[in-house]
Design a protein around this ligand. Structure first.
Ligand code: FES
Length: 242
């Protein structure tokens, strides 16, 4: 019997260009959608506050959409994320485009010059993103309160799913993993070592699947906002489950 070619377990059957093209399409679509949402100037229908508008910030009488005061935090957090950097370097800049495919650049400057040097701010974006995440948890609790009473609607569950995915994405951040487990040789000897070890054990499995959390939470944010907008437009109702 003739030898049959057996594909390597890590070699994808899809063409090499599919992943970078899909990444460009999805990320570009997300950026365009985010700008459009911010230009709407509102994103609340009781009891749901769109994640693009949380926390609701108003500065004096400056007549700009409240979303602009907030969006730079999650945008900066994702743009400087180690996983997204890999994704957009490969897909937008073809750097490198794929394994075994030649690179397009002649010189490697790393992240030492503007604008990519800003990627080194990721750990600080993490601190700000955690603050925003706490507000999103508060919004999710509000999403279960209808006229002062506890209730569960489809929107409540969508908001819960969204904040869980965002928590998984943030919790698996490489900078967060370093924060809780970095620079430690011995947990039992370190200050607050038991707490840090507990966090580290929680973060590790999230970190392993960081790319999955990144994409899932990107979609869930959009879905939560679309749901709010469809309610606002009167296109759908918010079915009560119990
Ligand atoms: Fe992706 Fe920090 S590395 S969010």
């Amino acid at each position: 019997m003739a030898d049959q070619a057996v594909p390597h377990p890590h070699v994808s059957a899809s063409p090499w260009w599919l992943q970078p093209v899909a990444t460009v399409v999805i990320l570009t679509g997300f950026v365009i959608y985010s700008i459009w949402v911010a230009l709407q100037g509102h994103g609340y229908v009781a009891p749901y506050l769109s994640p693009f508008y949380s926390p609701p910030v108003r500065v004096g009488g400056i007549p700009i959409s409240p979303a602009w005061w907030v969006l730079w935090v999650p945008a900066g957090f994702r743009a400087t994320c180690y996983y997204y950097r890999k994704a957009y370097y490969r897909s937008y800049f073809l750097d490198p485009v794929s394994c075994a495919v030649g690179e397009s650049r002649r010189r490697y400057a790393g992240e030492t010059a503007f604008p990519f040097i800003l990627n080194n701010l990721h750990r600080y974006m993490l601190y700000l993103a955690v603050v925003v995440l706490l507000f999103l948890w508060r919004d999710t609790i509000d999403a279960f309160v209808f006229n002062g009473h506890f209730g569960v609607h489809v929107g409540s569950l969508l908001f819960l799913l969204n904040v869980l995915l965002l928590t998984g994405y943030t919790g698996g951040c490489h900078a967060f993993r370093h924060l809780v487990g970095g620079n430690i040789d011995c947990y039992s000897c370190a200050r607050a070592g038991r707490v840090r070890h507990g966090f580290w054990q929680w973060v590790n499995p999230l970190n392993l699947r960081h790319a999955n959390w990144a994409w899932a939470s990107l979609f869930s944010v959009v879905i939560a906002d679309v749901y709010v907008r469809l309610l606002l437009a009167g296109v759908i109702t918010d079915p009560k489950l119990f």
